[in-house]
Design a protein around this ligand. Structure first.
Ligand SMILES: *[C@@H]1O[C@H](CO)[C@@H](O)[C@H](O)[C@H]1NC(C)=O
Ligand SMILES: *[C@@H]1O[C@H](CO)[C@@H](O)[C@H](O)[C@H]1NC(C)=O
Ligand SMILES: *[C@@H]1O[C@H](CO)[C@@H](O)[C@H](O)[C@H]1NC(C)=O
Ligand SMILES: *[C@@H]1O[C@H](CO)[C@@H](O)[C@H](O)[C@H]1NC(C)=O
Ligand SMILES: *[C@@H]1O[C@H](CO)[C@@H](O)[C@H](O)[C@H]1NC(C)=O
Ligand SMILES: CC(=O)N[C@H]1CO[C@H](CO)[C@@H](O)[C@@H]1O
Length: 342
């Protein structure tokens, strides 16, 4: 019986098969290395292609390496930074800072929102980031509120399209600037009013009861949309941030980016890397053909409504890709504490 006898032909075939396997393993690595950007300051390299957390093969278009400067300046990719634990953050209720931004035509609404917060939190820091506010308008700002702070959002450090407020590029950038200074911030849009007491205590109680593990996001929404992610998706966004499942985008609603709690944790910084890179890239935050006005026809989840939610669509896509379930980044118990002012 001749069992394990190979001839040359068989050996060559075997060698060829090994070679193919070798290249299948190696070539993608080689392709992925093109995604890296090297810092002039530190010499460190950073991956500028988003990789879907549920499918490593699913890799997005590379962001421009010139944006690394901004990420460094905003402290988003600082590996030596000592980040507080979520547990220690929520043990410090007074440290939370309310943040928002405003333009001339939103200033009245912003003040209405501020005063609604002041009813319950007279001594919490509130920072209003002014976007091109003219001198005559700034006279309306509160003068005797020593916990109120007005700052000018300085766009000179960012690409010009960031100054077009209608595409919301500013939003994640302003949040990142605030997070650089404060470990816990709560963004509340000009359009939103607070109508119940204890929003911080209730949020922190909710975090303490179940959100302290890495199964939950440290970015938490408080109100939800009644349309799906898919309904307000510009599919061109998926070139940068590939989805793991279109079905999931149809089945999950969005959190509204008008009220977002942020804790400066490792995860939040990871998320901000992509959210801010997108904000600094014109055709990511505002993919060609985007418009804010939706045309909902039948079902608000299954069909695209020919519109896009800019910062909100990007944030939700990133969170959903990571967590799959909205309750991982949405504290539903809080939703009745807020109203929409128009
Ligand atoms: C990075 O974090 C460290 C420690 O907190 C700090 O000293 C340093 O200034 C930070 N670097 C940048 C570029 O923000
Ligand atoms: C904005 O930033 C630029 C560059 O750092 C600086 O020259 C300018 O004075 C700043 N403007 C304001 C209003 O702070
Ligand atoms: C800022 O305001 C000035 C005067 O109101 C206006 O001319 C200018 O276009 C505005 N810039 C931006 C970026 O909105
Ligand atoms: C700002 O963006 C909107 C939406 O893309 C666009 O319609 C508008 O022309 C832009 N404005 C400027 C000044 O570029
Ligand atoms: C979603 O909410 C809007 C505004 O409240 C309402 O007009 C619309 O009918 C709702 N859509 C669905 C499908 O419930
Ligand atoms: C599926 C997935 O990638 N989950 C990750 C979401 O983010 C947290 C925090 O970085 C990770 O721990 C999870 O593994």
């Amino acid at each position: 019986m001749k069992r394990f006898q190979f001839n040359w032909y068989q050996i060559c075939c075997l060698a060829l098969i090994c070679l193919v396997f070798f290249f299948q393993k190696k070539v993608p690595d080689f392709e992925r290395r093109k995604c890296f950007c090297k810092s002039k300051k530190s010499g460190n390299t950073y991956d500028f292609c988003y990789e879907n957390p549920r499918n490593k093969e699913s890799v997005g278009k590379k962001f421009d390496c010139s944006l690394l400067d901004s990420l460094e300046r905003l402290g988003i990719i600082n590996e030596t930074a000592r980040l507080p634990s979520l547990r220690s953050i929520i043990n410090n209720e007074p440290d939370l800072v309310f943040i928002s931004s405003t333009t001339n035509d939103h200033l009245d609404l912003s003040l209405k929102s501020l005063y609604s917060i002041r009813k319950f939190y007279p001594r919490h820091k509130y920072i209003l980031n002014g976007m091109n506010i003219s001198a005559s308008y700034s006279e309306k700002l509160p003068k005797n509120d020593k916990y109120f702070e007005f700052r000018v959002f300085n766009t000179s450090l960012y690409p010009e399209f960031v100054s077009n407020w209608s595409t919301y590029n500013f939003k994640a950038i302003v949040m990142a600037e605030m997070l650089q200074e404060f470990p816990a911030v709560w963004w509340i849009d000009a359009h939103i009013g607070v109508i119940k007491p204890n929003i911080i205590r209730n949020l922190y109680a909710d975090i303490r009861s179940e959100r302290l593990t890495t199964d939950y996001a440290t970015v938490v929404g408080a109100t939800e949309t009644n349309h799906s992610n898919f309904a307000v998706l510009n599919s061109k966004l998926l070139k940068f941030f590939p989805t793991s499942s279109l079905e999931l985008l149809k089945r999950r609603t969005q959190i509204q980016s008008g009220i977002i709690f942020l804790a400066r944790t490792r995860y939040t910084m990871k998320l901000f890397k992509w959210w801010v890179l997108c904000s600094l890239t014109e055709n990511c935050m505002n993919p060609p053909g985007s418009q804010v006005k939706c045309i909902f026809e039948r079902n608000w989840c299954k069909y695209q409504a020919n519109c896009f939610r800019y910062d909100q669509s990007v944030l939700n896509l990133l969170l959903l890709n990571n967590f799959s379930e909205i309750h991982k980044y949405y504290s539903a118990k809080l939703s009745s504490s807020f109203i929409r002012n128009d």
